[in-house]
Structures are given as structure tokens and as C-alpha cells.
Design a protein around this ligand. Structure first.
Ligand code: 0CJ
Ligand code: F3S
Length: 315
């Protein structure tokens, strides 16, 4: 029987960003240089395939430093960043730590510190409980940073002094939702300071724009990414809002419900910043086994950002 034609619209840019690439490289280089075990506090990036791969090479993942013995082996902090209390505790225990926080997250940390030094209370736009939000709030004493997620939160906000406020954001939010929250903050607090552009990173911005470029033409859209990955969840959301109601997040090809492909002629495909390209290839190969696949990449921009690894690991 002849296979049905399936056009795959591949969003570009998609997949690994410079911060994820650097964070994974840091764990790999630490393993090469210091041998196993290399401890990693929190998933280095939110992807099971990446984490399992590094674990197989000798990385040991923990959630907190107190799970690590005093064996002199290095501990790497994940790409999402950590509250100040974490390096403080590591120093106290004379642990050897290597920070894999994305430089674009560290930039937000420094921004928050600067506003605090200038006497401003900070309003952070972000998702409660996310490690990046915990890390950014933890740069400053309790009460210095207030968290808002929604327009309702902005309306309900109680601040110390309306004339001394600044906002900053998580790096992996929806560009459009965040713009609406910033507008609401500016309307309520006209004197609020904020970043020149925004804190949402280039990778998040580009991946969302690339999804928008294919969503309306896609009968269904799949995003490779983990359920706990903020930037990946936003991609599925953006697809749904901008023209493809049938958008879903999947971790791997094995998660695909092929019954849903009935009547699908065009499949949109992308990957979050923490999902390796091999998982995109795996989905395309699984489609090839069932359909006559034509792949069309839709690229909205080129990316050429590279972040250097910390000096202690540089060759
Ligand atoms: O927070 C970050 C610096 C992004 C890291 C890469 O993505 P992921 O999925 O590990 O993290 P998010 O949940 O923040 O998107
Ligand atoms: Fe950094 Fe953005 Fe990636 S903050 S880790 S470049 S998703």
C-alpha cells in the first residue's frame, strides 16, 4: 500500500541554546578533568535524555548540597541558577563548585542586585516554584523581590513605595504574556524601572517566533521537551494561541499517539532549548516509518551565540 504524504514543517531555530550547550559541556569537561563522580545540583537542564546520558558517564544528580559527601569531587550548579545561599553553603563546606548558570540568567541576578542597591523593590515576573525564580529571588533578602505571574497578581500587588520599583523577569516566559504583564505594571506604577529591552532570552524569543511562523499551517504541532521545562511548555502554548489548537509537548517519539495522525497532512515540529536534536530526528524517523515524509525547514533567523565555559575547565 502507498504511504500517505506527510509534510513536516520544522521550526528553526529550535532545540539547544548557547546556555544549555555550555551547561552540558561543563558537566562533560568536569567528568573528563576530575573523573566520576561529578555531582550536579538539580537537572543540569530539564531533559531526561540529557540527564540520563550524563548519569551514564558518571554524573550524580542531587537536589540539595546536603546529599553530597565530602569527597572533594566537584559539584556543578544547573543552568537555571541558584540562590546565593547555595554557593555560600558550598564555600562553608569548602566544596569545589562550578557554576553552570546561564550567563543570561546571571545578568538578571546582577540587574536585581543593582536595583536593590539603588533602593528599589523588585517585581519579578515568573513562575512560582521554578528553579530560576527561586535562584533570582534568592539573590536578595526576603521581601526585596515580589513575584507576579499574572495580570491578576499585578492588580493585587501591595508594594512598599510606588516611586521606588523595578521589574525583571524569568528568561523563559511567553513573550506576549509578559508584554501584557509589563504593560499592566507600567499602568499601575508609572515610575517603575525595567530592563532596556527585556529579560526573556534570545533563544526563548526566537523559538516562539519560529513556532508562530508554522502554527497556522500545521494541522498538529509537536514540541519536544520535558513537562518541567518552562521554555518548552511556552512553545506548545504559543502554537495553540497562534493557530494550531492541536499542539502537544512530548518527551520522545515513543510518546506519540499515532491515532491522532488521522487526517493530518502537515505536522509542525520544534524542540525546546533543552531538547537535543537527536530526539527531533527520532520523531522524523518514526514518521518516515509510517508516512511518505517531506521535511521543510522554516527558518526565521540565524543564531550565533556561544558562551565560553568557566576558566577552570577551559583547555
Ligand atoms: O532557565 C534556563 C536558564 C533555561 C535552561 C534551558 O531550558 P530548561 O528546559 O532546562 O529550563 P526552563 O524550565 O527554564 O525552560
Ligand atoms: Fe540561557 Fe535562554 Fe538558554 S536563559 S540557558 S539561553 S533558554
Amino acid at each position: 500500500m502507498e504511504k500517505q504524504v506527510l509534510t513536516i514543517l520544522l521550526a528553526a531555530p529550535r532545540g539547544f541554546c548557547a546556555g544549555v550547550d555550555r551547561a552540558i559541556q561543563i558537566v562533560e569537561l568536569a567528568l573528563q578533568k576530575y573523573g566520576a563522580p561529578v555531582y550536579v545540583r538539580h537537572e543540569i537542564v530539564h531533559n531526561r535524555y540529557v540527564v540520563d546520558g550524563l548519569r551514564a558517564k558518571g554524573a550524580v544528580f542531587v537536589e540539595e548540597l546536603d546529599e553530597i559527601p565530602d569527597d572533594g569531587q566537584p559539584v556543578v550548579f544547573s543552568a537555571h541558577g541558584v540562590p546565593k545561599s547555595v554557593p555560600d553553603a558550598a564555600r562553608q563546606r569548602q566544596m569545589f563548585f562550578i557554576d553552570a548558570t546561564c550567563p543570561l540568567v546571571s545578568k538578571v541576578h546582577r540587574e536585581a542586585e543593582r536595583h536593590h542597591k539603588n533602593g528599589r523593590q523588585i517585581i519579578l515576573i515568573g513562575h512560582k516554584g521554578h528553579p530560576e525564580v527561586i535562584g533570582t529571588m534568592g539573590q536578595l533578602p526576603p521581601g526585596a523581590v515580589l513575584l507576579v505571574e499574572t495580570l491578576e497578581d499585578v492588580a493585587a500587588l501591595g508594594v512598599d513605595d510606588e516611586a521606588n520599583l523595578a521589574w525583571c523577569s524569568q528568561t523563559t516566559l511567553s513573550v506576549d504574556d509578559t508584554a501584557a504583564v509589563v504593560d499592566a505594571l507600567r499602568a499601575r506604577f508609572p515610575e517603575i524601572e525595567g530592563p532596556h529591552k527585556e529579560d526573556i532570552c534570545y533563544a526563548t524569543t526566537n523559538r516562539q517566533a519560529a513556532v508562530k511562523a508554522i502554527a497556522a499551517e500545521s494541522d498538529m504541532l509537536l514540541v519536544l521537551g520535558a513537562p518541567n521545562s518552562s521554555n518548552s511548555n511556552r512553545l506548545a502554548e504559543v502554537a495553540r494561541i497562534t493557530g494550531c489548537p492541536r499542539a502537544a509537548l512530548i518527551e520522545r517519539a515513543a510518546d506519540i499517539d499515532w491515532a491522532l495522525f488521522d487526517g493530518i497532512q502537515t505536522l509542525g515540529l520544534t524542540a525546546g532549548a533543552s531538547a537535543p536534536d537527536i530526539l527531533v530526528e527520532e520523531v522524523i524517523d518514526s514518521c518516515r516509518a509510517r508516512f511518505d515524509v517531506r521535511v521543510e525547514e522554516v527558518r526565521i533567523t540565524e543564531e550565533n551565540v556561544i558562551f565560553k565555559v568557566p576558566r577552570v575547565l577551559a583547555a
